[in-house]
Design a protein around this ligand. Structure first.
Ligand code: PBG
Length: 342
């Protein structure tokens, strides 16, 4: 409750803003590199890292390369210990079979990582078929009575196979991002049956049909070849539905839940944290949000480091425990150097 000051200013919030030390003392949200998760792209069939188009400063790595290991080691030296792996296959087909091939890009990368870095890094794997499927959808298309639709339950069978192959290759955490109903239950069941009850699930629970995924889809070559994702990803106009999605994912066995994107959905992050305070909550600061920061900086409208820290702090302040971000390495370096724009 606010105390009304009588006549003259007795209440002076400015007292707590007057010096660096006092601002730092009363800060509520603080960033730590250990709470960042860094997305990494690996691509089949290349021998040298190549720039990730649209994701300035990021690369697609050969899955079995030293470059990948050096990149991860550098991040770990700065305190970033968690990674989210995405694979780009050489060939795509109807069901995205390279997503569950034992020599698929993510599986090869996982084995390389475990051989070179052991189990020190936490490696999560994105589980979806959009980047692996010829049609670019997150599920299997079928002809139905109202035209082509994405077949939920047929897709779950494919997701089971992907989960098991990723676990076999060395994933710590499986992160299903396709927004099929029942995907967490299906994956949990498949993992448990195959003896991977120790593999955790980070569910993309409240994932919206967003225009902020543009650069990512270029990097992954995963844009839908027909139609769009509105029949499975959430409608940006809905807020409370996020609670339903999170609730069901938890009932199905999710260990960590996620809101995605982050910046335009801070209200959803806050809502989920308030309703499920005991559940680790991740927020995905997506490719388009990253690109906006880069563009602002390039135009001279803001200093990149300051803007980045403001964005990440806002996501933290809203209630995210974990921030998945392309800024992870840069932000960790700034934090290590004691950079503080507040
Ligand atoms: C889809 C997937 C998407 C992202 C990660 N996995 C979005 C989409 O194409 O619908 C987006 C990540 C980003 O924009 O950074 N399986």
């Amino acid at each position: 409750m606010t105390v009304v000051s009588p006549g003259f200013p007795r209440v002076r919030p400015r007292r707590l803003r007057g010096s660096q030390a006092i601002r730092d003392l009363v800060a509520e949200a603080r960033l730590e590199p250990s709470a960042f998760m860094l997305p990494i792209f690996v691509r089949e069939g290349i021998t040298e890292p190549e720039p990730a188009p649209g994701l300035e400063g990021h690369k697609r790595y050969p899955p079995d390369s030293n470059h990948l290991i050096e990149f991860m080691q550098n991040a770990m030296d700065l305190g970033v210990k968690s990674f989210l792996l995405f694979g780009v296959p050489r060939v795509k087909d109807e069901v995205g079979s390279r997503a569950y091939a034992s020599d698929g890009p993510v599986q090869v990368a996982l084995r390389t990582i475990r051989r070179e870095l052991g189990w020190e890094p936490l490696v999560a794997t994105d589980l979806c078929i959009c980047g692996y499927a010829s049609h670019g959808h997150c599920g299997i298309p079928r002809k139905g009575r109202r035209g082509v639709y994405i077949d939920n339950d047929a897709t779950l069978e494919v997701y089971r196979k992907i989960a098991v192959s990723q676990a076999e290759a060395g994933a710590d955490v499986i992160a299903p991002s396709g927004m099929m109903d029942g995907q967490v239950a299906a994956i949990r069941d498949a993992l448990d049956r195959e003896g991977f009850s120790d593999v955790a699930i980070m569910a993309y629970s409240a994932k919206y049909a967003s225009r902020f995924y543009g650069p990512f889809r270029t990097v992954m070559d995963s844009a839908p070849r027909f139609g769009d994702r509105r029949s499975y990803q959430m409608d940006p106009r809905r807020r409370l539905e996020a609670l339903r999605e999170v609730h069901h994912d938890l009932m199905e066995g999710a260990d960590i839940v996620m809101v995605k994107p982050a910046l335009a959905y801070l209200d959803v992050i806050s809502l989920v944290k308030e309703n499920f305070p005991d559940v680790p909550l991740a927020a995905y600061n997506v490719s388009g949000e990253y690109a906006m920061v880069k563009l602002m900086a390039r135009e001279g409208f803001a200093q990149e480091s300051e803007l980045m820290m403001e964005v990440l702090t806002a996501i933290k302040r809203a209630g995210a425990d974990i921030i998945i971000t392309y800024h992870a390495v840069d932000a960790a370096r700034l934090i290590k150097e004691g950079f503080n724009p507040f």
